[in-house]
Design a protein around this ligand. Sequence first.
Ligand code: GLC
Length: 485
Amino acid sequence: MAKKLKIVSVAAEVKPFSQSGGLADVARNLPRALKELGHDVIAVTPFYTQIIDAVQHKLKPVYQNVAIKIDEQHTVKVNYYKGYLKKDLPLYFVGNDQYFSKKKSIYGSTHENRRFYLFNLAALKLITLIKFPADIIHCHDWHTGLIPELLQKQFHQSHNLKNTRTIFTIHNLSFQMGMNWWEVPSDKKDFGRKALPLFTDPEIEYVNFAKRGILNADIVNTVSEQYAAEILTKDFGQDLHRILSNNQNKLFGIVNGIDEKEYNPATDPGLVKNYSAESIYFKKQNKEALQKNFKLPNKPEIPLIGMTSRLAEQKGLDLLAKILPALLAEDIQFIFMGDGDKNYVSRINKFQKKFSKKIAFSNFEPKWETGIYAGADILLLPSRFEPCGLNQLYAMRYGCIPLVHKIGGLADTVENFNSRTKKGNGFVFKKYHEHRLLMAITRALEIYQYKDVWKKLVETAMKVSCSWEIPAKKYLELYEKTLKK
Ligand code: GLC
C-alpha cells in the first residue's frame, strides 16, 4: 500500500445518525471503505439534538465550551461529542444549542448559511484540537463548501493543517447554499471572491458555498462520470457551468458504491424470506408480504412496480403523472413510498383513491425500504437529472429491475436490456418525455411475460457488483494526485 493517509470527512448528514438523502449513505460508507483500505480516517458532522439520540448512539462529550472565533466581532461556543462509524473510525459531532438544536429537521432554518459557516469553522478547529495532521479534508456538498477557503485564509499556519489538501464533492448541484440560488436577487449574487461578510450580517445568507467550494478546493468531483460531464453544460450546470468549465482540470467523476453487507437479500433481517441469485423463487414470499402490507390484492403473477424517492420535481414525477392513467389501465400494481412536496402528495393521493386496488402510497418507512426491492419486480427512476442515484444499485442487488432515464449516474450504472443478446441489467429511456417513459415501461411489462428471460435478467442484475472498494480506491488516487502537487 502507498502511504497511509490521514483523512477527515465532513458532511451535514451521516447515516444512521441523521439522513435526508443519499448524501448520508455516502458520508457513512466512503469513510468506512477508506478505513478498511488501511487509512486513518475521522468524520465530522453537526449534532442535531432533536434528531440524534445521544444515549442510543452512546455519544461521549469530548470538548465543552470551545470558543470559535468567527471574525473580528464574533465568537461562538461549541461542544464536541464523539461516536463511531466503525471501530477506530470516530465521528465527531459539533453541538451548539442555538444553531443545531432547535428543529426536528436537518435543514430549513432561515439562517442556514450562518449555521453551516459556524460548522465549517468548528470542523477545522476540531482538527487542531485533536492534533490530527490531516492530509486530506473531504468536503461533501455545499454545507462544507467554505472549508477550503477558511483553511487557506485562517488555518494555514496551524501545525496540523499546514500541508492539508481539500476535495469538494458535489452530490447535487441544485443545492448550493441555504437559499435557492435562483432566488437570490441579481445584485446580491456572490461572485465567490470577496471576503466573507460578518457572521451576523444578513449578507451572509447570499454567500454561495458550493461556488466557493469549487473555486477553492484542490480537487472537485461529483458522484458519477456522466454527471461530471453534464454539469459543464448550461442545461445541468445550475448557473455554475462556466466556473466548472474553467476548473475542468481539477474536476472528476466517481460513481458511488453501496454497502453490500448491509444491502444483501441473503442476510437482510428486514425481509420475510431471505434469498440469493440462486434462489430467486423466494422473492415471491416477499412480494406477498409487500402486497399485504400495502393492502393490494395478493396476486403473485401481476407485475409490481415500485418507486421510492423524495417527492421532488427532480425525480420525474411530472412525467409519471401524465402516464399513470394509461399505465393503470394495464394489469399492474404500483407502490409509491416517499415524502416531500405537498403538491405531489395530494396528486398521488388522488390517483390512489381512484385506483385503490392498483396503487398504494405511503410515507417513507425505513422498515420497508428493502422490502420494496425484495417484493417489487421493477423500480422506476425517471429522474430529470440524477447525480448518481443509489436506489437503482440497491434495487439490482435485490433483483428488482431498475427502469431509468439515461442521465447522470443512472446512465453510468444501468445498461438497457437487450432481449436478443440477453445483455443488460435494466431498462433505459433516452429522451425525457412521458411517451418514452411509457414505451420503456410497456417494453418491460412485455418482457416480464417471458418468465425465463425475466429470470435471467434478475440474475444478471443481482450479480452486478457495486461495493465501495472500487470507488474508494479511485478517491485515494485523487487524494494522492493532489498531495503530489
Ligand atoms: C444526492 C443526489 C443523488 C446521489 C446522492 C449521493 O442525493 O441527488 O443522486 O446518489 O446525493 O451522492
